[in-house]
Design a protein around this ligand. Structure first.
Ligand code: TRP
Length: 474
């Protein structure tokens, strides 16, 4: 049954969009610094295990739930479950929350792209990465402007619809991204001193796991869910437009493998360069790695530096926008479903506009805060009566709710729902509805019923512990 809401133009179009959703700031900004700060190789091994045992299984379930119901996240959960009807509301709140900071980070990439282009043309950028970043953060007007630009681009793509907007953009954007990433890797690993970084990434070292296993597990787990776009309705939404002919298990495997490869490639583009420039400390410099350390790498390259810088920040921008459109589409599809239920034709342009404006309003606060530089969080924090939490920064606060709580909780409840309420055989039926075979079904069933819930419970606890700095596990 093809649903009346339209479908992807082709399976490859769906894959590009799903990989586009998965590959984002999580891979290029988050993965390298989290790996740097959590033991390098040890983190990598845990991440890979989680991606293939937990991520792959949840990916299959979400695509199947979306396709089975043919609805966005709210409608899908209402239709499929009695006990977890309300889960869809978490699945729509989280993408909106995430977008309020995701768009700001995307805006920083856009701003860096223009700064590097300006430097290329006029050679005006005479600043160390740290000063540049600091100067940008303390100019809230410009940050809000670029956030607006980011959301405007997002609006223009999403309003075009699944096939003519989202699929079209991804089919060009994703291959372009892969090429630009390769160029950056070649430059990064050929810098003098890069070998140390490669060693940090790939030389076996399990010490960090002995020190803080739950800590590494929960950071890797949170990262894996975010990076694969899971537990937030995005994949359910994209799955709801997938044709019944397509092989869900194969598609899930391709998405998980591609996303993991891009995370590794981003690691290769970023970590050796950070080592070449600043030693191990730079690789662990946290969220600022992408905007400070790497900008210094480009500046140190002389005349062609800004060219590499422009290519690199364009790449990160494309990765960010292809993810942002999936986050935005979650709410837009939900609206379209409601219209369909009421028997009216959905006005996609209006719906996309409303969603984008709401996100922009929330994002303006995050942009104005400038990762805490402009002190917008502290008064709010004081009024809540808590001290020194969330690194004094709005972004961390929003991220805590979305990534720290809603996401692991959503995945935990989803696995309980599929594994213990509706049953994995319903997922099998959907996978096999037009003759595709469910390979690895036994593996899937065991993982979903037992391993995923246990892993998610630990990840949830570890995330809460990590964000609130309770240090229960370390
Ligand atoms: N996966 C994207 C990244 O790695 C972010 C993202 C896009 C996302 N859509 C999502 C995260 C849905 C959670 C849910 O940057």
């Amino acid at each position: 049954m093809e649903n009346s809401r339209g479908n992807w133009g082709s399976n490859i179009g769906f894959l590009m969009a799903a990989v586009g959703s998965a590959v984002g700031l999580g891979n290029i900004w988050g993965f390298p610094y989290k790996m740097g700060a959590n033991g390098g190789f040890a983190f990598l091994i845990i991440y890979l295990a989680l991606a293939f045992i937990v991520g792959f299984v949840v990916m299959i379930s979400e695509i199947a739930i979306g396709r089975k119901t043919g609805k966005g996240v709210i409608g899908a959960y209402q239709e499929i479950s009695k006990k977890f009807k309300w889960l869809g509301f978490l699945g729509i709140a989280a993408p909106m929350l995430i977008m309020t900071f995701y768009s700001v980070l995307g805006a920083y990439c856009l701003e860096y792209l223009f700064l590097n282009l300006g430097d290329l043309a006029f050679g005006t950028l005479n600043m160390a990465g740290g000063d540049l970043f600091g100067a940008m953060l303390t100019k809230p007007g410009a940050c809000i402007f670029f956030t607006f630009m980011f959301m405007a681009i997002c609006f223009l793509i999403v309003k075009g619809g699944i096939k003519d907007g989202i699929e079209k953009f991804n089919t060009v954007g994703m291959p372009a991204l892969a090429i630009m990433l390769l160029i950056t890797i070649i430059r990064s690993v050929s810098l003098p001193g890069a070998a140390e970084g490669l060693k940090f990434m790939f030389a076996p070292n399990f010490e960090p796991l002995k020190e803080n296993f739950i800590g590494v597990l929960s950071v890797a787990g949170g990262q894996m869910f975010f990076s694969l776009s899971l537990a937030m309705g995005a994949i359910i939404t994209y799955g709801s437009y997938l044709s019944k002919k397509e092989d869900i298990v194969k598609n899930s495997a391709i998405i998980v493998v591609s996303d993991t490869c891009v995370a590794l490639m981003a690691g290769l583009a970023v970590i050796p360069a950070a080592f070449a420039l600043g030693g191990e400390g730079a690789a662990m410099s946290g969220p600022k790695l992408l905007f400070i350390t790497l900008q210094d790498v480009f500046s140190a390259m002389g005349n062609i530096g800004p060219l590499f810088g422009a290519v690199f920040y364009l790449l990160v921008f494309i990765a960010a926008i292809t993810s942002a459109i999936s986050l935005t589409e979650v709410a837009v599809t939900t609206y379209a479903d409601r219209c369909e239920k009421k028997g009216v034709t959905p006005n996609r342009i209006k719906a996309t506009g409303v969603v984008c404006v709401l996100i922009f309003l929330g994002a303006s606060v995050v942009a104005a805060d400038g990762l805490g530089s402009n002190g917008m969080w502290v008064p709010f924090q004081n009024s809540l009566g808590i001290v020194g939490a969330f690194n004094d920064c709005w972004l961390d606060f929003v991220d805590f709710f979305a990534e720290g709580i809603i996401m692991p909780l959503g995945a935990l409840l989803m696995s309980l729902m599929v594994g213990w309420e509706i049953g994995t055989d319903k997922i099998k039926e959907e996978v096999e509805v037009e003759g595709n075979k469910f390979h690895f079904y036994t593996f899937y069933k065991i993982c979903l019923r037992f391993i995923v819930p246990i892993a998610m419970a630990f990840i949830l606890l570890g995330q809460i512990d990590g964000f609130l700095g309770l240090e229960i596990f370390s």
